[in-house]
Every structure is written in C-alpha cells, then in structure tokens.
Write a protein that binds this ligand. Structure first.
Ligand code: HEM
Length: 541
C-alpha cells in the first residue's frame, strides 16, 4: 500500500474509532472479543471457515457476539430465538443488506446478484413479489417435469464409466435452474455462463466478508485510479466487472431468443409479463431490457442464488450415505415398499415416505451450506433483551448481522448429539420430535429475506435424493486393492471432506459456504432391473 492510501486509511480509521468510542460511551454493547485500537477485531476475524470461530465465540458470549472491523460493527446472531426476535419480529428494521462498494465497483448491479444485494426498498419489495409469484408453492408445480427430467439425466450419466460425479451433479442442478428461469436448454452458452456465474458468485461472497476490502471502510478510496500502487482492489473489481458485462450480454441474448421463440417457461414468462413488456418481435424487448434492470435481476435469481446451495445439499447427502449405510438401507426399504421397483419416485409419493422425509431434513440440518447466512443490515438502533451475558444489548445502527446458521442447526440445547447424522430424530414417533426446530426454518433464513427459492430447492432436492436412493447403492470409493476407503469428514471448509487416503484433491470452498465435496463416491446400480429403469426413464416422462 502506498503513502496516500496509508494516510487516508489511518485518518478514516481514526475517525471511526472516535465514533465508536462515543457510541460505546452511550450504551452497552453486546459481548464479544476485545477490539484493538483502530483495526478493532480485524485479526480476530477468521479468514476462512468463519462458522467455526463464530461457534467458539457463541460458547463464550452467548446468544449474540459483537465485533468491529475498522469501526464497522458486526453482530453475530448465534441462537435461533435471537434470529426469530430480531429478523422475524423486527424484520422491518433488519432486512437491509450491507452497502457494498466493491459490489458496485464490480458492476454487480448489472447482474443484481439476484435480489440478494438490494436494500429493503420499494424496488426490492416489488421484485420479491414477482419472485414469490414465480417460485411460490403453487407455481413450482410447473417445474416438476423439468426437475424430473434432469434427475433422470443425472442417473443416466452415473451409468457411464469414469463419470465425474461432481461435475455432472453441478450440471444437472445448473440445467434445472436454467430451464426454470429461461425456459431454455442452455445449449452453446451453458459452459461459459456457468463459469462466469461461478466467478461472479465467488466475488460477490468475497466482498461481503468484513475487513476483506479496505474501501468498504474508507469509501473515498474508490475514486483512486486503478494504476496506483495499493489500488489492487480496483484492478480486481475491473476484471470482475468485465465478466459482469459479458454475463449481461449473453443473458440478454438468451432472453431475447426465448422471448421471440415463445419458449419462456412460467417463471420467466410470469416475471416478464408482469413487467409489461409489450411485443414479441424483439425490438420492444431490447428497449425495455436496456432500461429495466428488474427483469434481468429477477430471472437471474435462480441461477446465482440457487445453484451452489442446492448442489451442496445433494453433495452432502452423498457423503452422509457413504458414512451412514444403515440410514441408506432404511430409506431404500421404505422406497421399495411404497413406490416399488417398477418406476421412479415422484413428488406425489413424498407424503407417504416419512423416513425419507426425515432423512432429507437431517441432510439440511447437518452442517448447513450457507453456514453464516447472507449479512443483513439494521436501519435503526435497537435494544435486544435476553442475552444472559448482556441483558440490554445495544445493536448499533447500520451494523451487519451475520447469522450463525451452522450453530443454530447444531445447537446442543435444542437437540441431542447434534454432530451426528440421525434421520430418526425427525420421525414424529421420536420422543424429542415435538420440541425439535424444523431445519427448513433455519437453513432458508427468516422474515422478509427468507429464501424465495426454497420451494424450488425442495423439489430438486427431493427428486435427486429419492431417485438416487431408488436406483443406486452409494458407497465410498475403492482403493487399488478393491477395498472401500475410509471416509474422514473435516467440516473446516477448506477441505470440507477428505478421504483417507486422499482421493479428492479438488475442492473449492467459498468463505461463506461450507461445501462438502461429493468427489468420487461409488454408485452401484441396485439391480439389473434398475439399470433398465434408468435407461428407459427419459422416455417415460
Ligand atoms: C437448499 C438450497 C438453498 C438454501 C439452503 C438456501 C438458503 C438461503 C439463505 C440462507 C438465504 C439468505 C436469507 C437471509 O438473508 O436471511 C437465501 C437467500 C436467497 N435465496 Fe436461497 N437457498 C437455497 C436455494 C435457492 C434457490 C433454488 C433459489 C432460486 C430459485 C434461491 C434464491 C434465493 C434468493 C433470491 C435469495 C435472496 C433473497 C433476498 O435477499 O431477498 N435459493 N437462500
């Protein structure tokens, strides 16, 4: 970093420290690790797997942990009750998002990161309404055929030798969401679009990490030219911005083609018609799209926000099946009994499969993928009662709220043996069932910002999991001597799952996502009959 940057940084940080001290003097803050001068808790903040440090803090500080980075207040909500109170009941003041300067510099407003980065304003509320219309419990029934077809394609891929399971799973989920949003098979754009979306998602998440980019704390730095030494963040943002531009261009081409060829499926159609786009000759569309970012933002929602989250849920299921063969066997027995072996399960079977239902709940609960949620931003001062360490906690205006989802799903005060994978806990015959929180009420968020794609995810996850179980036995890979390898699970996030010996070497971890790598499980067709079932399934749809 060069001198003007250092001078500005120190000046800005000093001003923030003064502001912080004044604020502290006014009211008591929630408990948390002691901040250092100027930098605050910068060096306490974990650089990866933040949920692990947050979990340690929750043991020390209780329901809420308070930290600061360069004067920027961050409140970490550790308990379910704190979330319900602050995000649900007081949702009117806690549904903003941190204002991301890096997001702006990276041109994220072009791709909109699918609603996620918008503030709680009339535009966001309008888009939420449209999204809800397209992804609500009734509308999602339109997508079941897409989800069924993609799950069959995935099963068929697994029959091929040396299949790359991780890649194929991601493709299957990606294509499902692509078709749901655009009504198109992705065709020639798919690979490029997928790669760009990954870059955008990673950059988006990285920019939400407190303290990662100084410009978020000292906004004036954004006006510094990118060639200056120390302005690496601007060069980085420019690179991402080019990806955003290309992403928008391709996206627009796809929408135009879909619109002209009348191939919009319900999601896109619902959204776009609600935006009163007049004709189908393409020209009106161009004009409306170039000025109306809403349509673009909304139809990108499933892609940006849905792919990783759904993908990692199914990946986690695969890991659970390798490590818990008894649970796998029980679910398969139930499927054979209820659905039989002559057809694949469908959504209509769901209510008759209580064990599978419980197993999917446990998959959602067991080390949730969006482990620290997406930060919220308060829009006015609040006082929260209830923390036993600090009964009158003052939560400063504009503080960020990270939800410690991982801690909430594994809260030992609410369920027994939280680290273990036990689907039976979600059977209504289990003695502790009544008092158990429903994982889908934790992992999809609360209040106004609750995940609008949860019903889409629900269908994809059910179909993928039930059909995999109906057709394959999932086990860990074999070593050179044909022996199954031991599976060692490390949830740190950098190598979320390791086989011993290490068979999986490639793993991408996002700082906000605890992502288990499905790597290379073995998929053995359960019988010669299931191979036939998989092969003909496509034509049966
Ligand atoms: C198992 C899969 C999924 C999980 C665990 C999940 C989880 C979450 C979580 C925790 C949030 C943040 C809520 C908050 O800010 O409090 C979120 C937001 C969001 N999710 Fe999902 N999600 C999943 C799938 C999907 C899918 C398939 C879609 C789209 C079809 C989607 C669209 C969104 C959008 C647009 C937001 C931002 C909402 C806003 O800021 O207003 N998600 N999701």
């Amino acid at each position: 970093m060069d001198r003007p940057f250092v001078a500005l940084a120190l000046f800005g940080a000093a001003a923030l420290v003064v502001a912080r001290l004044t604020r502290r003097a006014r009211r008591p803050l929630p408990p948390g690790p002691k901040p250092r001068w100027i930098v605050g808790n910068l060096f306490d903040m974990p650089s990866d797997s933040p949920w692990m440090r947050f979990a340690e803090w929750s043991e020390l500080y209780g329901e809420i942990t308070y930290v600061e980075v360069f004067g920027q207040p961050i409140v970490i909500l550790n308990s379910l009750s704190a979330c319900k109170e602050l995000l649900e009941k007081r949702g009117a003041t806690s549904s903003g998002r941190p204002i991301g300067i890096m997001h702006e510099l990276m041109n994220m407003h072009k791709v909109r990161a699918g609603l996620t980065s918008m503030q709680d304003d009339p535009f966001w509320r309008y888009e939420r309404r449209l999204t809800h219309a397209a992804f609500g419990p009734q509308s999602v029934q339109e997508y079941y055929p897409i989800q069924e077809a993609q799950s069959v394609r995935f099963l068929q891929k697994l029959l091929e030798p040396d299949v790359n399971c991780k890649k194929e799973l991601r493709y299957a989920i990606g294509q499902t969401l692509f078709e749901v949003a655009y009504g198109l098979s992705p065709e020639q754009y798919f690979d490029e679009f997928m790669e760009m979306s990954d870059t955008l998602l990673r950059s988006f998440l990285e920019a939400t990490i407190p303290g990662r980019f100084l410009v978020e704390t000292i906004p004036i730095l954004r006006y510094f030219p990118s060639w200056l030494p120390g302005a690496g963040f601007k060069r980085y943002a420019e690179g991402v911005s080019k990806v955003s531009d290309r992403h928008s261009t391709i996206y627009f081409e796809m929408v135009k083609r879909a619109w002209v060829s009348l191939h919009f499926r319900i999601a896109a159609a619902l959204m776009v018609t609600s935006l009163s786009i007049g004709t189908r000759d393409g020209s009106t569309l161009i004009c409306v799209y170039s000025t109306n970012m809403s349509a673009q933002g909304i139809t990108l929602v499933p892609w940006i926000a849905g792919i990783d989250t759904t993908d990692q849920t199914v990946a986690k299921f695969m890991i659970a099946m390798q490590t818990h063969p008894d649970a796998q066997r029980k679910a398969q027995e139930e499927l054979d009994r209820v659905v039989g072996t002559e057809r694949l399960p469908t959504i209509a079977d769901r209510d008759n499969l209580p064990y599978l239902h419980a197993l999917i709940k446990e998959v959602l609960r067991w080390h949730p993928g969006v482990a620290t949620g997406i930060p919220h931003r308060l829009t006015q001062d609040e006082v929260y009662k209830g923390s036993y360490l600090c009964p009158q906690s003052f939560i400063p205006r504009f503080s960020q709220r990270c939800r410690n989802i991982a801690r909430q799903a594994n809260d030992g005060t609410l369920l027994t043996r939280p680290d273990e994978f036990i689907p039976e806990r979600f059977l209504d015959t289990d003695p502790g069932f009544e008092s158990l929180p429903d994982p889908s009420e934790i992992v999809f968020g609360f209040g106004r910002r609750i995940c609008p794609g949860r019903h889409v995810a629900d269908g994809t996850v059910f179909l993928m999991i039930s059909r995999l179980l109906a057709t394959y036995w999932i086990s860990s890979p074999q070593d050179n001597n044909g022996q199954c390898t031991d599976v060692h699970i490390d949830w740190s996030g950098v190598d979320a799952v390791r086989y011993v010996p290490m068979v999986c070497l490639q793993h991408e971890a996002h700082d906000r996502a605890s992502y288990p790598n499905p790597m290379a499980p073995r998929f053995t067709p359960r019988s010669p009959g299931t191979i036939d079932l998989i092969k003909v399934a496509d034509t049966m749809l």
